[in-house]
Design a protein around this ligand. Structure first.
Ligand SMILES: [Zn+2]
Length: 265
């Protein structure tokens, strides 16, 4: 999962256009009507405006427009990080958007849960026979790509499985959030672990090529380009883990000793 640190880069006019639609949703007096209005206005959202939103979201993606959750598949769906069916007041907030792939966005769908300090998870459930009520209050269970840096919750097993696993140092609430995120986003499904392993070997290979280029006194321009190409690859979380674990894993320590500056790329 990528970590989004900057607001979505939209022109002021586009931000205002989104705010205007959002205000129309928010003007509805009761929550239930706001939910139905958010869904209705989402279905009829302005095409040109949302083409520009998609372009802005694309610039936040790892690799060649890869999904912000799995970092692997083509991102082609505007995902509401907090589902609009639970948070209509965020349905046109660009900071609630993430560019995601269908296989991530589909299963996540309207999933929302909160977790208390003792680790008790409460899922938001809405039956068609019940009144439309807001979700339970409390700390959201799913890690939020704008508020939570996944690297603080997971470590990647670079030696064997290439699965993300919760840090052993997490407190109870953090651990439940990490496990819930792994489950809802299916972060450790087989093809993703294989893809991470391939990305790992690609990063290793690029590091070795960079080292050889340094030794051959290639131009600074070339070196800058090699570094930039590495950082634009998908599965950038694998690279971040390689940097972090270069202290503890001997084979990574040796690799980063070849190009010491790469520890802070
Ligand atoms: Zn995905």
């Amino acid at each position: 999962m990528i970590y989004l640190t900057a607001p979505l880069a939209l022109e002021v006019a586009d931000q205002q256009a989104l705010q205007a639609i959002q205000q129309q949703v928010n003007n509805e007096i009761d929550y239930s009507t706001r939910v139905s209005q958010a869904n209705q206005r989402w279905k009829t959202k302005p095409v040109a405006l949302f083409q520009r939103v998609r372009t802005a979201l694309e610039s936040t993606c790892p690799g060649a427009r890869r999904c912000g959750y799995c970092e692997d598949s083509l991102a082609d769906e505007i995902e509401h990080i907090r589902p609009k069916s639970w948070f209509p007041e965020l349905s046109f907030d660009p900071n609630n958007y993430l560019f995601a792939c269908g296989p991530c966005n589909g299963p996540k769908n309207n999933s929302y849960a909160v977790v208390d300090a003792t680790g008790v998870l409460t899922e938001a459930i809405r039956s068609i026979h019940q009144a439309v009520e807001p979700p339970p209050a409390g700390k959201e269970a799913l890690l939020h790509p704008r508020h939570d840096n996944a690297i603080d919750y997971f470590f990647l097993d670079l030696e064997n499985t290439f699965q993300f696993k919760p840090h052993l140092t997490l407190d109870t609430q953090q651990k439940v959030r990490a496990e819930y995120t792994l489950k809802v986003l299916r972060i450790n499904k087989d093809p993703l672990c294989v893809a991470r392993k391939e990305a790992f070997y690609d990063f290793v290979s690029r590091m070795k090529s960079y080292y050889l280029a340094m030794k051959s006194d290639e131009s600074l321009n070339n070196l800058t380009r090699y570094r930039s190409e590495l950082l634009q690859k998908q599965h950038i979380s694998v690279w971040r883990e390689m940097q972090r674990q270069s202290i503890s894993l001997p084979f990574l320590r040796e690799l980063f000793a070849l190009v010491p500056t790469a520890i802070s790329w």
